[in-house]
Design a protein around this ligand. Structure first.
Ligand code: ZN
Length: 223
């Protein structure tokens, strides 16, 4: 098993914190990052991911997955659906839930890692305090790790440093890892605004975390 790690970097607050976590754990030379262009409405995320990776001197590759937009029905890829904290009336899940997204991201990340002799994946999913996405649960990730190991016949560890942290604790970790300044480069807003809109569910959750941690979000001070 190698000590090389691949971080799934969305350009958001959580994956950026995970990138810093991975650098501390594995060393900068052993870390690279992958982002996915999955037809998200806000391509600014991908620019953010590139900028965050460049800031810490880590490679960032962007892989295209154009099937999610074709599936339709979720607010993050379908421009006809307003982003809100509404729930899908059938599933009870948030309308921002993109079914299978993390499963597919991590499977592609594993395939990419396989080719490069990387045995560690790092993802910012968390089951605490978040939007209730079932593919962020620890049991989902454990099952996926097992599937990847069996299906690719390799050893692959999926690290989830934020799994049991609240948003407040995630902000505290970012401070501890020296990642706070990089937060100005990240993107969270579901409405695609920079500086953030402050009223969408993602902005509200982010603001709550910073407020509870007693830390000023550097993203609020960008020009
Ligand atoms: Zn927003």
């Amino acid at each position: 098993m190698t000590d090389k790690a691949l971080v799934v970097l969305s350009g958001g607050q959580d994956s950026t914190t995970c990138l810093y976590w991975a650098i501390k754990r594995f060393g900068q030379d052993n870390v690279s990052s992958v982002s996915f262009d999955y037809g998200q409405r806000h391509k600014v995320e991908l620019t953010c991911a590139r900028e965050v990776a460049a800031r810490v001197g880590v490679a960032n590759v962007c892989l295209p997955i154009d099937t999610f937009a074709a599936l339709g029905g979720d607010a993050l890829t379908d421009a006809s659906i307003d982003v809100s904290d509404e729930k899908d009336s059938q599933t009870g899940l948030p309308i921002t839930f993109v079914p299978g997204r993390n499963l597919i991201f991590l499977t592609y990340a594993a395939a990419y890692a396989y080719r490069r002799n990387i045995n560690h994946l790092v993802t910012g999913v968390a089951q605490t305090d978040y939007s209730g996405y079932p593919d962020c649960r620890e049991s989902t990730i454990e099952a996926l790790q097992r599937s990847i190991e069996l299906g690719m016949d390799i050893e692959m560890q999926i690290h989830t440093p934020l799994m049991h942290r609240s948003k407040k604790e995630t902000v505290e970790l970012a401070v501890e890892l020296g990642a706070l300044d990089a937060m100005a480069l990240t993107h969270t807003c579901y409405n695609g605004r920079r500086p953030p809109c402050g009223v969408c569910p993602a902005c509200e959750l982010r603001a709550k975390g910073f407020e509870e941690a007693g830390v000023r979000d550097p993203l609020l001070d960008i020009g």
